[in-house]
Design a protein around this ligand. Structure first.
Ligand SMILES: CCCCC/C=C\C/C=C\C/C=C\C/C=C\C/C=C/C(=O)SCCNC(=O)CCNC(=O)[C@H](O)C(C)(C)COP(=O)(O)OP(=O)(O)OC[C@H]1O[C@@H](n2cnc3c(N)ncnc32)[C@H](O)[C@@H]1OP(=O)(O)O
Ligand SMILES: Cc1cc2nc3c(=O)[nH]c(=O)nc-3n(C[C@H](O)[C@H](O)[C@H](O)COP(=O)(O)OP(=O)(O)OC[C@H]3O[C@@H](n4cnc5c(N)ncnc54)[C@H](O)[C@@H]3O)c2cc1C
Length: 625
């Protein structure tokens, strides 16, 4: 009788399973895990008030690097339902979703549209004679494409469609649609549903496609917390059209936490391996050195550790900001919605692009063994690059942040600014003077000034182009590279200042030795990004060549100081071997034994001579083919 642990982590490694077997195996594991999660929910009477703990349980439970076929059910189906369904609808469906007696997905993206959601083609046309919506996919490009779990797992999904009533289009709205029979799991009439095929990663998420051929759903399947359709087809608009976007903000907040988790895995593997791996002699005749002793290796890995801690603190800040503003939204106060959207956009973009960048560096820092699937680094790299796209392409999201920043800059003199942008007022105030200094505070100020000057420059450029006769849209597109850069600079200024401020607070309750190490991480993060963004700082601040020479020395000194604590820092993530799933990063450091153990699991090692020798090689080598 296998133990739960053996059931979950034993058997043929996923990499040797077919696409179909991988899905079936991940469903088997998901059922075991989510049954345990459901039991914990019931024992702790978990309800939706602490949804984040439930969600972190799900994310933690998605043991496979390839995700989980239930992921979307928790990450999007339920949050969207909670934010957009009215009380009656929540009463009807939410409990069933919470105890997984129905499994849902989230179908927004279509073959032809992902970013431009106002261009989605799926239609939901209201028929007052039957009080139903007719859901239809008018073209191939209108087929929903990507929804996680939709291929073979979900029996319900939230569909985003253009709402038509009385001949008028009211834009995109959300509908809950049953896609498969709850007993037979057969697709319901008029529904064409399937799986989209092998992807670069996340191949256990079971991403699917779905098309509707005049599928009828009751009027009450339109999620009506905000906008409504009355029985006679009258459309009652939402207090704020942007509230339909709310769930995407929530998921972007989740993704920032998630990017930290992915990066923590990658740096745990790379750091532990770099402590085990000995290669080359630093001095003739000496024993080969741990590769972590090479400063170039420290440059790759220690900056990733600092980045992980920095983003963790910013994820917490974003979550707290989200909850404060979400409470205000529930009370009808929309004042800070734009700020929250802009913050979620830029932090999602920067956290995922940093995580992708540093994970790729961790992969190459482990040499050939880092290219083995058994190291888990290739899968983690595939995961982090996906997060730069899903829940909003990073470029597009940074442009959203830039849109908010330009709007804020236009109104800079009309009154107080909201917390995440009030620095713009400080560094642009008359009489504000600043001279570059090589300190954390000096660096933060420098990044704030860069951000402010880029925003100001973008607005001046836009104005000049429009004055010269160019349309707003063309002017926007022409300077969009600079707009993205302004969004990134704004975010980097926030990340460094939040890391410094929140870590300084946390350090007050730490031992002196721990506080010293944490302080070194903050400095390393700030100095690293200063050296990475020297062009901006030279353009917009008084930083000098002499300052740069001193910064480089400061950087190298920090790497030297942090090196002895590198393994301890990643051990602090406390990622158990079963979740790390890495031959290079296992806690016992038996790298070579594990690499060989995993290799021997390859089906190609089951027999000494593979059948292809007799079928192909031998006749070929004997000139008979
Ligand atoms: C995969 C799970 C496996 C299980 C576990 C294993 C591992 C993974 C674990 C966790 C992973 C976590 C998450 C993964 C989750 C799911 C997978 C992916 C799901 C999806 O991708 S769902 C689809 C997401 N799609 C998008 O995000 C589309 C992006 N596009 C847009 O948001 C919009 O089109 C746009 C780019 C913002 C433009 O919209 P548009 O209306 O045209 O806007 P504008 O004209 O630019 O501005 C209008 C106005 O509206 C404001 N606005 C826009 N968006 C928002 C918003 N979201 N909130 C608030 N306000 C918004 C904008 O600011 C403008 O306001 P103004 O005042 O300036 O007018
Ligand atoms: C692993 C994974 C899981 C997913 N899961 C889901 C899911 O469960 N449900 C769901 O609905 N969707 C899901 N998606 C789809 C995802 O939301 C879209 O891929 C994403 O929104 C990007 O849209 P797109 O793919 O159409 O790319 P496009 O929008 O076509 O982008 C392609 C390029 O065009 C550029 N571009 C587009 N618009 C602009 C613009 N206005 N200005 C400047 N540049 C622009 C982009 O920057 C990008 O470089 C998933 C995607 C992935 C990869």
């Amino acid at each position: 009788m296998l133990t739960k642990r053996e059931e979950l982590f034993g058997g043929t490694p996923d990499e040797y399973l077919s696409h179909k077997e991988k899905y079936e195996n991940s469903t088997r594991k998901a059922v075991i895990l989510f049954s345990l999660l459901r039991k914990i929910q019931e024992e702790n009477n978990t309800d939706l008030t602490n949804y984040r703990n439930l969600l972190s349980g799900v994310l933690g439970a998605s043991i496979s690097q390839d995700g989980s076929p239930f992921g979307l059910h928790y990450i999007m189906f339920m949050p969207v339902f909670m934010s957009q369904a009215d009380e009656e609808q929540q009463e009807r469906w939410l409990h069933r979703a919470l105890n997984c007696s129905i499994i849902g997905s989230y179908a927004q993206t279509e073959l032809g549209h992902g970013t431009f959601i106002r261009g989605l083609e799926t239609t939901a046309t209201y028929d007052p004679s039957t009080q139903e919506f007719v859901l239809h996919s008018p073209t191939l490009t209108s087929y929903k494409w990507w929804p996680g779990g939709l291929g073979n797992t979900a029996n319900y999904c939230i569909v985003i469609a253009q709402l038509y009533s009385k001949g008028e289009c009211h834009g995109i709205h959300s509908f809950i649609v049953q896609v498969r029979d709850e007993d037979t799991h057969m697709p319901l009439p008029g529904i064409k549903v399937g799986e989209i095929g092998v992807k670069m990663g996340l191949n256990a998420v079971n991403n699917g496609f779905i098309g509707f051929e005049n599928v009828r759903i009751p009027r009450t399947n339109m999620l009506m917390k905000h906008a409504k359709i009355l029985e006679d087809g009258t459309y009652v608009k939402s207090k704020n059209s942007k509230l339909i976007y709310g769930a995407m903000v929530f998921v972007r907040v989740v993704i920032v936490f998630d990017s930290v988790n992915y990066l923590a895995k990658a740096i745990t593997v790379a750091t532990r391996y770099s402590a085990v791996r000995r290669q080359s002699q630093l001095k003739e005749g000496e024993p080969e050195r741990q590769i972590l002793d090479y400063v170039t290796q420290q440059d790759k890995i220690l900056t990733a550790i600092a980045g992980c801690f920095a983003m963790k603190m910013n994820a917490r800040m974003l979550w707290d900001t989200f909850n404060v503003i979400n409470d205000q939204l529930h009370k009808g106060n929309m004042e800070r919605l734009g700020e929250l959207h802009a913050l979620a956009c830029c932090l999602k973009a920067i956290s995922t692009s940093d995580s992708s960048l540093f994970t790729a560096r961790c992969r190459v820092s482990c040499g050939g063994h880092g290219y083995m699937v058994s190291s888990t680094l290739p899968a983690t790299s595939a995961l982090t690059t996906a997060s730069c796209t899903y829940e909003g392409d990073n470029t597009v999201l940074l442009l959203q942040t830039a849109r908010f920043l330009l709007k804020t800059w236009r109104q800079i003199d009309t009154g107080p600014l909201t917390p995440t942008v009030e620095y713009l007022k400080t560094v642009s105030a008359p009489g504000f003077s600043y001279k570059w200094e090589n300190s954390i505070e000096g660096i933060i100020r420098g990044f704030q000034i860069v951000s402010m000057k880029k925003i100001s420059s973008c607005l001046n450029l836009m104005t000049a182009k429009v004055m010269s006769g160019m349309s707003q849209a063309d002017a926007w597109n022409t300077i969009s590279i600079q707009l993205v850069s302004a969004g990134e600079s704004h975010c980097r200024a926030i990340v460094i200042s939040t890391f410094h401020e929140d870590m300084s607070k946390a350090m007050r309750s730490m031992s002196a030795s721990l506080a010293e190490v944490m302080g070194q991480l903050v400095e390393l993060y700030a100095v690293y990004w200063t050296l990475e963004r020297l062009g901006d700082l030279l353009e917009y601040t008084s930083i000098s060549g002499a300052d740069v020479v001193k910064l480089r020395s400061w950087y190298e000194e920090l790497l030297r100081k942090i090196r002895p604590n590198a393994v301890g820092l990643v051990d602090a993530f406390d990622i158990i071997d079963e979740l790390l799933q890495s031959t290079l990063g296992a806690y016992d450091g038996r790298v070579y034994e594990r690499l060989m153990e995993e290799a021997l699991k390859s089906p190609l090692n089951a027999e000494p001579v593979n059948q292809s020798f007799h079928k192909y090689l031998k006749p070929f080598m004997q000139g008979k083919l």
